[in-house]
Design a protein around this ligand. Sequence first.
Ligand code: SIN
Ligand code: FE2
Length: 215
Amino acid sequence: MHLFDEAELSQTGREELCPGAIVLRGFALAGATTLLEALGHIIITAPFRHMVTPGGFRMSVAMTNCGSYGWVTDHTGYRYDATDPESGQPWPKMPGVFLKLAQDAAASAGFEDFTPDACLINRYASGTRLSLHQDKNERDLNAPIVSVSLGVPVIFLWGGLRREVRPSRVPLLHGDVMVWGGPARLRYHGILPVKQEYHPLTGSHRINLTFRKVA
Ligand code: SIN
Ligand code: FE2
């Protein structure tokens, strides 16, 4: 298929990857500029940084957070923390536009009453990857994960409930929102190394917002 047709096709529609996991194509397209503006304010007080894993590796993904809790990792382990360790201050408040988009997407995927209290913000540059992992540090595993893709496209790896299951490859484009919960909540997932590409709103970067209910 011609690349243009592919891009056009992927702007709308819903794709169920398995029970509990759905890609809402283009769900965040209309709000993308507003989301990125709000992000611009967040990173003034909580800049992107490369955190270090408990094993001592610097993550290639640059991260920050907003909301009541933020995901952090350092040599002592992974955790959710109400305080940004860089500033000693609470994480920036979750913008209303973030919260509304997350709640609308969750409801559209069949998860009513999603009230995220954490938004992890990932920034991928060319070559950045995220290895297969489960999101399992959240106390309430009944709440779904809502993940918003902005900017440069990536290949999302969608695995199984065990690490050994060979993941399928799901292209995620600017404006796509992925929601997983219920029987899919603990599936392994990751991101293949990002290609050198350009997006008018984010330059060479991909921005990912993941909304979680942590407490
Ligand atoms: C994550 O698993 O936390 C982020 C996934 C993504 O960047 O799409
Ligand atoms: Fe994750």
